[in-house]
Design a protein around this ligand. Structure first.
Ligand code: IMP
Ligand code: MG
Length: 181
């Protein structure tokens, strides 16, 4: 799917994404050489990014998946996370990289980092496709950020609104009229 009538504009093109994903994969490959990192995909939003990022890495990695709910169908974070699906690999002594679609308030990531730390990981870093720094309400470190975006609701390349638009190949701003408040 290239575009949709509810899209106001393309914010980041698929070419820009591909270039930055490659760059980030190279950084991760250098930083985690010989560490066999456990790359954890936060479903569902990070799935597309995760598939591209891990395939562009040229070191050994292991992968696992978590699903978390914080948003319901709306556009604001509820501030709490609910674990819907957990990882199956033991984290003790592992170098973990959480792969997220977007860090908004920072709540989801902060909770997730605390959770994985408590399970005995050797290190827990975060790699996100997008970050909205102007919306941050809590202090959380994001070690790898592909793009900073303004305070607008974005969809595509894995990100959804009410489960739609994940299959757009660019990151797009949704028309205000398409968002139910
Ligand atoms: P946070 O806990 O406020 O940082 O929210 C993080 C989660 O909210 C992300 O993983 C997304 O699932 C969702 N989210 C935040 N902003 C957007 C957006 O602009 N588009 C789509 N999902 C978003
Ligand atoms: Mg998410």
């Amino acid at each position: 799917m290239k575009t949709h009538e509810n899209i106001e504009k393309v914010l980041i093109t698929k070419e820009e994404i591909a270039e930055k994903v490659k760059e980030t994969a190279e950084k991760l490959s250098a930083d985690y050489k010989d560490k066999n990192p456990l790359m954890i995909c936060v479903l569902k939003g990070a799935a597309v990014f995760f598939a591209d990022l891990t395939r562009a890495m040229d070191i050994d990695v292991e992968t696992d998946f978590m699903a978390i709910s914080s948003y319901g169908g709306g556009t604001k974070s509820s501030g709490q996370i609910r674990l819907i699906k957990d990882v199956s690999i033991n984290l003790v002594g592992r170098d973990v990289v959480i792969v997220e679609d977007i860090v908004d308030s920072g709540n989801t990531l902060k909770n997730l980092k605390t959770l994985l730390d408590a399970r005995g990981a050797r290190s827990v870093a975060a790699c996100c496709l997008l970050s909205k720094p102007s919306r941050r309400t809590c202090d959380v470190g994001v070690e790898y950020v592909c793009f900073e975006v303004p305070d607008e609701f974005v969809v595509g390349y894995g990100l959804d609104y009410a489960e739609k638009y994940r299959n757009l190949d660019s990151v797009c701003v949704l028309r205000k009229e398409a968002i139910k408040s």
